[in-house]
Design a protein. Structure first.
Length: 118
């Protein structure tokens, strides 16, 4: 079931899950199933969570790309900014020491190349 369909159904007072005496489902069953459905749509819950705290730039970019498909991206980013997250990828952005940075620099000294030589 698509998230928008699920949310529309719930918003109109319906249930996305067959429930009631006929099925034996309880409200707790519905909540658990709803949480499962939502969890399956959240990339950092279904992929290796280490990606969101990786050191390697390619892995960080992969986490950022996965965040872009997340239905919670906007709220996740707002929450991370409010909490001044010290580390990791949140809402598709890289946080270091509580602030969003454009790119994550790898460990060690910066490479010497022509663009930085002066
Ligand atoms: S936007 Fe937030 S909740 Fe969604 S995948 Fe990224 S870190 Fe996880």
């Amino acid at each position: 079931m698509r998230l928008t369909t699920l949310l529309d159904t719930l918003d109109s007072g319906g249930s996305a899950i067959q429930s009631g005496a006929a099925t034996g489902y309880t409200l707790e069953d519905e909540r658990a199933q709803f949480d499962r459905v939502i969890s399956e749509l959240i990339p950092c819950r279904v992929n290796d969570s280490e990606l969101w705290f990786a050191e390697q730039g390619a892995q960080v970019e992969q986490a950022k790309a996965l965040c872009r498909s997340c239905p919670l991206m906007e709220g996740c980013l707002a929450g991370a900014i409010d909490r001044a997250e010290p580390w990791g990828v949140w809402g598709g952005q890289v946080f270091i020491d509580g602030v969003v940075v454009a790119t994550k620099r790898g460990r060690g000294r910066p490479r010497k190349d022509a663009t930085h030589a002066a």
